[in-house]
Design a protein around this ligand. Structure first.
Ligand code: A2P
Ligand code: MG
Ligand code: MG
Ligand code: MG
Length: 308
């Protein structure tokens, strides 16, 4: 490890602070009560004032402090984004980050940051606030190498405890902001979508013979369940998610010893030129689970449906 702060260390640390600020925006919009909902590509694809304002803040702030990185955000991909409130990155106590030696000399031009300012928008509009996360994923050479997941409403059902928390991790380093737990050994729990189910999604879940299925919103939230030991796998045999949904969760899950791929078990590409859509679905497993054995259980016709 080098004693001087590397670009990746500064980027992850800044992203933690910026994600915290985005979470405050999300809570403020909810408090005001006017969510400003608009429909995007289809009935279940919504955007709120919180998605817009949080993205503007994240992208403007990252652009200001790291002007040569490539940023791809979910909301209005063309936005040059300098108009948002710039977060003071010295406002929070810096977090401890372990960066492996092979990531110590990355330069800004190699970095692609995938931003989902509010993952779980449907659930946010329905008051399922603990499904909401802010996702900032960092990729180099097409690989998800680091990420930040902020849960603005963590603990909101336990008033008196600190509201919100932020998790960060670098692949090959460690995960900070939470204690990683193992799922139970006597039963098999699968997490999947609550708002984008289909017969193919359900067929894939049946094929892995779960004892329990948790139907919850958000990619960030489902990966958090794996990190907390509340589920063994996240199975989503549908093309709905995009690279900003999976980049940060994948990096943190891999840092914790887990895996996230498409439903066939193949790696997801995160270069700036990669397709945004995860057309072959998502399969994620907690540390200690046999990821490829799980991928092999998904029926071929389910995989073929997605590839077609
Ligand atoms: N069909 C879809 N259209 C748009 N976004 C989708 C779709 N399916 C999944 N997503 C995105 O992936 C996340 C995880 O999906 P699910 O909750 O269904 O498991 C959703 O919260 C949503 O992200 P977002 O809320 O950021 O728009
Ligand atoms: Mg969305
Ligand atoms: Mg999302
Ligand atoms: Mg989103």
């Amino acid at each position: 490890m080098s004693s001087q702060k590397s670009l990746l260390e500064r980027l992850v640390s800044s992203s933690v602070t910026i994600a915290n600020a985005a979470g405050e925006i999300i809570c403020d919009v909810m408090k005001k009560g006017d969510l400003g909902i608009v429909q995007k590509e289809h009935l279940k694809d919504l955007q709120t004032e919180a998605d817009r304002e949080a993205q503007l803040c994240i992208v403007s702030s990252l652009n200001k402090y790291f002007p040569n990185i490539t940023i791809i955000g979910e909301e209005d991909e063309t936005v040059g984004s300098t108009g948002g409130k710039i977060v003071d990155i010295s406002r929070d106590t810096p977090v401890n980050i372990t960066v492996p030696d092979n990531y110590c000399n990355i330069n800004e031009k190699e970095v692609v940051v995938w931003v989902d300012p509010l993952d779980g928008t449907s659930e946010y509009t329905q008051g399922l606030l603990d499904h909401v996360t802010v996702l900032i994923g960092i990729a180099v050479n097409g690989k998800a190498i680091a990420g930040v997941i902020h849960q603005p409403y963590f603990n909101y059902k336990n008033p008196g405890n600190k509201l919100g928390r932020t998790i960060w991790g670098v692949v090959g380093g460690v995960v900070g902001g939470m204690e990683i737990k193992s799922p139970p050994v006597d039963r098999y729990i699968v997490a999947t979508t609550r708002s984008h189910a289909s017969s193919t999604v359900n067929e894939a879940i049946s094929s892995v013979s779960p004892d329990e299925v948790l139907r919850v919103g958000g990619s960030g939230h489902k990966v958090m369940l794996l990190l907390e030991g509340l589920a063994h796998s996240y199975v989503f045999a549908s093309p709905g998610t995009k690279k900003w949904d999976t980049c940060a969760p994948q990096a943190i899950l891999e840092a914790a010893g887990g895996s996230l791929t498409d439903i066939c078990g193949e790696i997801l590409p995160y270069a700036a030129s990669a397709p945004h859509r995860n057309s072959k679905g998502v399969l994620a497993t907690a540390a200690g689970q046999d990821h490829l054995a799980l991928a092999a259980k998904i029926p071929q016709q389910v995989k073929d449906n997605l590839i077609a």
